[in-house]
Design a protein around this ligand. Structure first.
Ligand code: CUA
Length: 156
């Protein structure tokens, strides 16, 4: 048995694996546009409903072609559950939770974030194609987790 030969093989495999993982991260950023959510602020969980903008959840046009969806996540629903915007709109989701940790994922997009009590989650995306995009909670949050969903309706 040649130890140094085996060592070379395992060193090669280790370096190859690390390079592969690094390449996957680089590709997810460069090719798929992955980015880290920004820290959008903190909020007192007990006063969410009395604190702007969460005192009025809904969809607002903030500038021509730009929309903001103010959403409260709670066990087990998003409020509002349906968001309507015109095609081509840039939509910024501003989300917080009034109870436990929830997930916030919009199908067929790279919108994928966590919603943490006390924190404000903010993520933007431009919707260039008309259609219905399901929003799901992808963070286990209790017995009704599987029924926690909403949708973005983009119409042209
Ligand atoms: Cu909310 Cu799972």
């Amino acid at each position: 048995m040649q130890i140094d030969r085996l060592e070379r093989i395992f060193l090669f495999l280790t370096v190859t694996l690390l390079a592969g993982v690094l390449m996957a991260i680089v590709l997810s950023v460069v090719h798929d546009g992955a980015e880290l959510p920004t820290q959008a602020g903190r909020i007192n969980v007990a006063e969410v409903r009395d604190t702007a903008p969460f005192d009025a959840p809904g969809v607002y046009e903030t500038a021509p072609g730009k929309y903001q969806a103010v959403i409260i996540a709670k066990a087990w629903a998003f409020e509002p559950a349906e968001i309507r915007i015109p095609v081509g709109a840039e939509l910024t989701f501003v989300v917080t939770s009034i109870d436990v940790i929830h997930g916030f994922q919009v199908w067929d997009t790279n919108v994928n974030a966590m919603v943490i009590p006390g924190q404000i989650t903010e993520v933007s995306r431009t919707f260039d194609e008309a259609g219905e995009y399901n929003i799901v909670c992808h963070e286990y949050c209790g017995i009704g987790h599987h029924g926690m969903f909403g949708k973005v309706v983009v119409s042209g």
